[in-house]
Design a protein around this ligand. Sequence first.
Ligand code: AMP
Ligand code: MG
Length: 337
Amino acid sequence: MKTECLQANRQTLERAAALLRAGEVVAFPTETVYGLGACAEQAPAVARIFAAKNRPADNPLIVHVAHMEQVPALAKKWTGLADKLARAFWPGPLSLIVPAADAIQAIVTAGLDSVAIRMPSHPVALELIRLAGPLAAPSANTSGRPSPVQAAHVMEDMCGKIPLVLDGGTCTVGVESTVVDVRAAVPVILRPGDIIQEQIAAVCGGCEVAKGVFEPVAGKAASPGMLHRHYAPHGQATLVEASAHMVRTICDLYDQAEQAGLRTVILSSRRHAEAYGARQQIVCDAQGDMNHGLFTALREADARGYERILLEGRPRSGRGMAYMNRALRAAGFHTAE
Ligand code: AMP
Ligand code: MG
């Protein structure tokens, strides 16, 4: 299949919507990462998402809406917490897990009785959903690879597999949405993102974090996505925990790897860049914070053929929670201190 990558505008949006209504899969920009969308009510179209991504069938998709009138057909119950959080943070990088409506396609929820719903804030995403209806859309990467934050990243993974990529520039957030289960009395973060624990707690009076956020889970997970390999670069990655001696540890690991003949790179932050001296680096926060640049840096490390990748750690709270959740998975939970 020929894959077109076109600047998002009125004409290409209408073309994308027509493809979606006809049961095709289209990649589009959101404020978090690029999504791979299909009409949520068309099971065969949603099946094409799983095929294009090589996504495990047990990993459910987030359904994207453009206005609140689209929610009742998807959610059996809109809980008080869902209402509070949607009012506070929608449109925005927050996915809410609520009981699923009976009519929802089982392939979307991977057979679960709950569904993840999000209203993105990106104007291209919103307009596409207005034209085509609610879209089931995971990140537009091959499963296991870093999520795409530029149309070129989507093309790396999806060229030949889908008919159209809408190019809306670089995603401003750079990590996927915060996923929060709002079915019980206290909200639980299943995947941290740009909306942080403290912001959710301020609205709801409290907020917990699921166990699998910072550690590998086996068997039954609060969120199936926790079970799968994620964001993995080709090189062997190690995450060095944040501490007073982090830079020294990274330099030592770097020098050992170089001596062993491995092409090595540090995914660094601006404030430490000078301390690494002449060692190879890709600065993650060159255009924003570490969350914003991590996925691009992982893809760049692969493109440049690095065999050993050293990641800086951050505190596991606040905005660092999303970064550490992704960086730990990118490193296959391989850490050093
Ligand atoms: P992605 O679409 O690639 O951003 O991944 C969506 C994430 O949301 C995955 O980690 C899923 O496991 C998670 N998710 C989607 N629906 C549910 C649900 N009903 N319950 C728990 N987690 C979900
Ligand atoms: Mg994903």
